[in-house]
Write a protein that binds this ligand. Structure first.
Ligand code: ADP
Length: 394
């Protein structure tokens, strides 16, 4: 199952996008609808609200009088807290039930206006944000939904900012133009990304082999890595000692293959194995085989586990290393050494570009990676000297 979080400011077009995804085959979980359902007449939720706020919150027909509840519950922070303490767990439980009821190969789209406000981004495999300029949203809310302009603006102001949404968005859908334009983007998102992503995770499919192709340094790599790392930390929970962006994409100004290298550090390889299914389900299938790094003490190989990101449009290698060997520390040292020493970084860049050209016709990156490792092993010795001189620690 693939979990997609769909959010966006009011009037941006979230429902429009959600409906299209449902037409394409997604299982839609609508949080606004759930929030209404859990306080319908006859529910435990409504009974508890009446207990807490009195029966003046009921309309003549016994249903919830929302403005009356709002007047009481939004009067002060304490009242708001009491309201949330009743409603949030009920919404959470019902959401969990609906998600669990979806078939194993479902692409579940959770339409949730307050995804950012509630800090929920990391529980999804992918976060999709629908956006449109504020003035466009106000116009739509006034003309299509009959909202008063001041009301529309007040609601927009109370929500997360565009910057806060950008920080968690894996996919940014600009719906400032015609509806057809955004729907075409949704169709492509479904076919090119969500469908293969779901299959990659469920079938534990590795990434197809590719030749070494070096891209210019992308200044958005660190933010992209941070989003993925947040998911890794959530999935690994207490077994994560730390999780870091490593490798060339973590060094500003260094061209690299457009694959984010991430490192999850755990205490033991047994912990890494405990995480096999959790990480795989979270979107990072483990690659079969014995993976390891050249041991710098001449002892052969330092074993590790290797997972890859299932998202076909955001290639990720997730190296799970234990603190039983020094490889985790070396990855961080190498990154920080290159960040701090521009001449070394440029040397490394030249080596990579030369090798990528030499191996451009290869089917896989193996020969490229082996030859590159020779330079890296030499750099480790210089990095250790640098660490000793500067007092660097991981
Ligand atoms: P949200 O769920 O984000 O609040 P909706 O999907 O309900 O937003 O869209 C708000 C209103 O704007 C709806 O009436 C919708 O039909 C309309 N709308 C959505 N996208 C567009 C668009 N690209 N152009 C014009 N109107 C749109």
């Amino acid at each position: 199952m693939l979990r997609v979080g769909l959010t966006g400011g009011i009037g941006a077009g979230k429902s429009t996008v959600a409906n299209r995804l449902a037409e394409l085959g997604a299982v839609l979980v609508d949080s606004d609808r759930i929030a209404r359902e859990v306080v319908e007449p006859g529910t435990e939720g409504l009974a508890r609200l009446v207990e807490e706020f009195g029966d003046a919150i009921l309309a003549a027909d016994g249903s919830l009088d929302r403005p009356a509840l709002a007047a009481k519950a939004f009067a002060d922070d304490e009242s708001r807290r009491r309201l949330n303490a009743i409603v949030h767990p009920l919404v959470g439980a019902r959401t969990g039930e609906l998600m669990a009821a979806a078939p194993p190969d479902a692409i579940v789209v959770h339409d949730i206006p307050l995804l950012v406000e509630n800090g929920l981004a990391t529980v999804y495999h992918l976060v999709v944000v629908v956006d449109a300029p504020v003035e466009v949203r106000v116009r739509r809310l006034v003309s299509a939904r009959g909202m008063a302009e001041e009301d529309a603006r007040a609601r927009i102001r109370a929500q997360a900012s565009t910057e806060q949404r950008r920080a968690v968005a894996d996919v940014w859908l600009d719906n400032g133009g015609a509806e057809d334009a955004v729907l075409a983007e949704v169709d492509a998102l479904w076919t090119d990304r969500l469908v293969p992503f779901e299959a990659n995770v469920r079938l534990r499919r590795p990434r197809p082999p590719m030749p070494p192709k070096i891209a210019e340094y992308d200044p958005t790599w660190p933010a992209q890595a941070e989003r993925v790392l947040a998911r890794v930390r959530t999935a690994a929970g207490e077994l994560a000692r730390r999780a870091d962006h490593i490798g060339s994409t973590a060094v500003s100004g260094l061209p690299a293959k457009d694959i984010l290298d991430l490192q999850l550090t755990v205490a033991t390889l047994a912990d890494a194995d405990t995480l096999l299914e959790l990480l795989s389900d979270a979107g990072f299938p483990r690659l079969a085989g014995d993976w390891g790094d050249d041991a710098q003490d001449g002892s052969g190989t330092w074993p590790k586990r290797l997972h890859v990101g299932g998202d076909p449009q955001r290639p990720v290698n997730l190296h799970v290393r234990s603190t039983e060997t020094p490889a985790w520390r070396l990855a961080l040292l190498f990154r920080d050494f290159l960040r701090a020493n521009a001449a070394e970084r440029d040397d490394y860049r030249d080596v990579k570009l030369r090798l990528a050209t030499a191996h451009a016709a290869d089917r896989t990156v193996e020969a490229y990676a082996d030859e590159k490792q020779e330079w890296v092993n030499g750099a480790f010795a210089r990095a250790e000297k640098w660490a000793a001189a500067t007092g660097w620690t991981p």
